[in-house]
Design a protein around this ligand. Structure first.
Ligand SMILES: [Zn+2]
Length: 532
């Protein structure tokens, strides 16, 4: 298990008010908007995101002298933390810099909270130390990127969101949670979880997913005492709790059963798609609560065996509203990854649960054997962009705070790959192996097999747009799938290893991967996620 990293976040309050300072967060870097091909992405800009100022917090090496932290524990005793083992002064300097303040302007710092991040992967978690301090006096001028905010103002922006409106980041919510907003559904559970945005709890659970991830996010929404949303009568389904994608593997089925047993009995379950790492816990949910209502697309249901869900289900096609207490969700048809793939919008917070359309790191593969389709994938990506979500919630990895940035990155990546495939075809590539080996020459050859599924869909997409040269034969291309591709790949994979011992091992590994890939051809395929 890799070592977690740490971050320091600070709530700087004004004297005699409950206001604190927030900083406008910088989006991740993008290509310059004047770069070729960037015109169409210019209109997709994420709205302003404000959060508490934060900075990396370095853990001191074992042989380093402790640094006086300058932070009083102040009533929060937490045995998990030895403050003297961190370089607080360096992190605080960075934070004060963001605010345009000096340490002389601040009084004593107190530890407010320590939050350990659950295992979202693929890297180790980022644990957050939250401190609070008060200014001696309110500065007359603030930096442009900073503003004062009250808890009430932050809660209003977190819970009554409007597309395009100002967004509030997770540190504010960790520092100042509001019980009425929280569904607080698994507080008593042994499972590590994270609630952000308010009302959506993510529980990363060990699953049969493929590298680099090890977990699937189970999304839990629970009624928090409020009445079923407003007076509307057009809800498609109502319940006191909702589970999305119970896909954990058998090693954690006991924990899943405990969680289901702790939830209210009026339970709605939604499955985004049929892959094993999204449905492996369905039978546990049904055993613990036989009255639970399952919602999914009919194309997904026909691929879910009776062993996973033995009774009836309710088909959804997108657009259905679900009410869980005073929280409202909307089902979104999102084909591309598979032909029955669904997303879910958490309306209260404008957070979009995207299933496997996006993953927290890299890009998702499309399942060509379950109706995965590149044209659908592009259309769904544009649909998501037009919805202007505040947050994207993938089923693998962390929530993403820059939805438009991420979705445009997916479009750029797919377009770049497609252009490179067209180029290799124009340079004479005719078979699946030709195109994969030329397009992915910079990628580890063991990833060429999953990449080949996307190549098939890209070439079909190019064909449907009449972009392929006349001399390119789709029949010949399609006849090069399967064993033809795997044999050529196995040779190329073995040749990429130079030593005789590695060569022999690689040939054996190649044979096993061929057998595995052929075997997978016949059954369900969990999603995979390197940038392909
Ligand atoms: Zn999947």
């Amino acid at each position: 298990m890799a070592t977690p990293s740490y971050r320091l976040a600070a709530a700087v309050t004004a004297p005699s008010t409950s206001e604190f300072l927030v900083v406008r967060q910088l989006p991740p870097p993008s290509p310059p908007s004047t770069a070729p091909g960037e015109e169409e992405y210019r209109r997709y800009v994420d709205s302003d995101l404000y959060d508490l100022p934060s900075a990396p917090l370095r853990r001191l090496a074992a042989d380093e002298e402790p640094v006086p932290p300058g932070v009083a524990v102040g009533g929060v005793e937490d045995g998990r933390l030895d403050l003297s083992r961190f370089d607080f002064p360096a992190a605080l300097d960075q934070i004060l810099n963001q605010l345009g303040l000096t340490s002389a302007m601040c009084g004593e710092w107190r530890l407010l909270k320590y939050a350990e991040e659950p295992e979202f992967g693929p890297d180790a978690g980022v644990n957050t130390v939250l401190i609070v301090g008060s200014l001696e006096s309110k500065p007359e001028v603030l930096q442009d990127s900073c503003k004062w905010m009250s808890k009430e103002g932050a809660w209003k922006l977190l819970s009554g969101v409007k597309p395009g409106g100002t967004r509030i980041g997770p540190y504010v919510y960790i520092a100042f949670p509001k019980p009425e907003l929280s569904s607080n559904c698994i507080a008593a559970s042994a499972l590590a979880s994270q609630e952000y945005p308010p009302g959506l709890t993510l529980v990363p659970m060990k699953s049969r997913t493929l590298s680099p991830f090890r977990t699937t996010n189970l999304v839990v929404v629970q009624a928090n005492g409020g009445a079923c949303g407003s007076k509307r009568s057009d809800f498609f389904a109502c319940g006191d709790a909702l589970l999305i994608d119970p896909g954990c593997c058998s090693q954690v089925h006991t924990e899943l059963a405990d969680l289901v047993n702790s939830l209210p009995k009026k339970l709605v379950v939604l499955v985004t798609h049929h892959h094993n790492d999204h449905i492996d816990g369905l039978s546990v949910v049904q055993r613990c609560n036989p009255d639970a209502v399952l919602l999914t697309h009919q194309n997904t249901m026909k691929r879910i065996g009776k062993g996973n869900w033995s009774s009836g289900y309710t088909a959804v096609t997108g657009g259905e509203n679900i009410c869980i207490g005073d929280q409202e969700l909307q089902v979104v048809f999102a084909p591309g990854h598979t032909d029955g793939h669904m997303g879910v919008l958490h309306v209260n917070t404008n957070a979009l649960i995207v299933g496997d359309h996006c993953v927290g790191h890299g890009s998702a593969t499309l399942d060509s054997r379950a109706g995965g389709n590149m044209k659908d994938y592009f259309q769904t990506t544009y649909k998501f962009l037009d919805m202007s979500p505040h947050v994207l919630v993938p089923m693998h990895g962390r929530v993403n705070l820059w939805p438009k940035h991420m979705l445009c990155g997916y479009l750029r990546n797919r377009r770049a790959r497609e252009a490179s495939m067209l180029q290799s075809i124009e340079n004479g590539a005719q078979t699946l192996f030709d195109i994969v080996s030329r397009t992915y020459c910079d990628v580890d050859r063991k990833l060429w097999i999953p990449a080949s599924f996307n190549v098939r869909l890209h070439v079909e997409h190019l064909n449907s747009q009449h972009k392929l040269p006349k001399y390119f034969s789709m029949e010949k291309f399609q006849s090069s799938y399967g064993i033809h591709f795997f044999c050529r790949w196995a040779v190329a994979y073995a040749l990429s290893r130079t030593s005789p011992a590695i060569l022999a091992g690689s040939a054996l590994a190649g044979g096993l991967v061929v057998a595995y890939a052929l075997g997978r051809n016949a059954g369900n395929q969990p999603q995979d996620s390197a940038r392909r």
